[in-house]
Write a protein that binds this ligand. Structure first.
Ligand code: SF4
Length: 197
């Protein structure tokens, strides 16, 4: 059964509801403030890619604490780690921005679309494009296709533009948020640890 605090608050404004997939607090802090002007937001944390479990908990707790402090509705979906590894099998050696990332976006956004349908929310989107390491065109392509299949509108965006990434990081720094030094999966972690300082 869904936890009480996970239940979205609905119908509190006249703005259309948007289920916004988030990956961590720093990537969400700035863009959500902008989106909040247009939409009634329900933040959705589904990130089975994040490795190891301690790191997942750290990012999830930071995101939840920030969201609740801002008075935003936050939901966590239990990560299906087995499914993520199964879907990305054979793509372990891919670089960031490669084929594995597209599968990773698909795995996370398909759950977001399913949750939006379940809750009767007409719009869904993600903050993933805020990262300069992520290809917004690929994210948008995946999101639009999932939206079409589910009868939802995907919010196409490239949030890194207009200094979106810089402003997000500045906000995170200013509020003392935990900021990770790798994207999330075990492969990106290993690469980051190997990279020269
Ligand atoms: S590098 Fe990031 S986006 Fe790509 S597969 Fe790993 S966690 Fe997913």
């Amino acid at each position: 059964m869904e936890k009480e605090e996970n239940r979205p608050v609905v119908g509190v404004t006249d703005r259309p509801r948007l289920l916004l997939h988030i990956c961590c607090a720093p990537c969400s802090a700035y863009m959500t403030k902008k989106l909040e002007m247009e939409y009634d937001l329900i933040l959705y944390f589904y990130n089975p890619n994040i490795h190891p479990a301690e790191e997942y908990i750290k990012r999830k707790e930071e995101a939840e604490t920030w969201a609740r402090r801002e008075g935003l509705c936050f939901m966590e979906e239990e990560p299906d780690v087995g499914e993520w590894f199964q879907k990305t099998s054979g793509l372990e050696g891919e670089p960031e921005r490669g084929a594995r990332c597209q599968v990773c976006f698909q795995a996370r956004l398909s759950r977001a679309a399913a949750k939006a349908v379940e809750l009767g929310i007409p719009y869904f989107g993600t903050v993933l494009s805020v990262s300069p390491h992520k290809d917004a065109a690929v994210i948008n392509r995946v999101g639009v296709r999932l939206g079409e299949d589910a009868g939802l509108d995907f919010i196409e965006a490239d949030f890194k533009k207009k200094d979106g990434f810089k402003l997000s990081m500045a906000k995170a720094k200013q509020t003392g948020m935990y900021r990770q030094d790798y994207c999330g999966c075990v492969h990106s972690m290993k690469r980051a640890r190997k990279a020269p300082a």
